[in-house]
Design a protein around this ligand. Sequence first.
Ligand code: PAF
Length: 282
Amino acid sequence: MKVITTIKEMQTEIKQQKSEGKSIGFVPTMGYLHEGHLTLIKQARQENDIVVLSIFVNPLQFGPTEDFSTYPRDFERDRALAECEHVDYIFYPTVNEMYPTEPSVKVIVQARTDVLCGKSRPGHFDGVATVVSKLFHIVMPTRAYFGKKDAQQVAVIEGLVSDLNFPLDVVAVEIVREEDGLAKSSRNVNLLPEEREQAVVLYKSLQEAKKAIDQGEQNPHSLIILMKEMITSNSSGVVDYAEIYSYPQLKPLEKLEGRIIIALAVKFTKVRLIDNLILDIE
Ligand code: PAF
């Protein structure tokens, strides 16, 4: 495994690999790897000749009240984990390498950002789309891997790749869950013991909504009421949002049809959890 810190060297290596006909699987991250990342890496490893992992805490996607400087970092731990997963290259640039001058161009995301988590994070997805565009030009992947847990990010990246014609496939990887159904997250450790037991209600209410759809429910508003009631009566969590949209367009729906997303965010004492379910309605 090679650790590469400059854009030029990364591009030279990739061009060499591509000239030998190798496919490139790319997993972009901000480091501090957890099980979700490892699932992305494992899938990339299975489907490609070469796997590139990027580790870059991107200042552009942090808002003024979100602390870029205290975002957790542990490169040596990440390097060891990547080695275990047989990653070929870690791309690990500095902020100065990625943004040597005040940017003269940035990517503005026009749609899919005014709902769900994007509503409370103005500019966040512009920062994500800008850095991901740069990373795609640097790593030139055949396939890029993103977790469905952050389904809005996947929707934004799919829009970016399609609108700007990046020659690659976006691979959206299933949410990894604990045995009881709670979506895995490094934030789960911040749940109080009784909250950890209650937190499964996010998954259960998504399943309950699916059951209602399977039994013929077509009205998104009724499903939202059902999920909110279930969460508030079975936990001390406060619903931040429970929303249903078309996917990946993230447009409101009057009737359930086509591909949809049911998404939840629930606040507990020290942590806010998100979860979602993407369904195809016949
Ligand atoms: O999901 C993340 O960790 C980041 O948003 C990404 C895609 C690596 C861009 O900085």
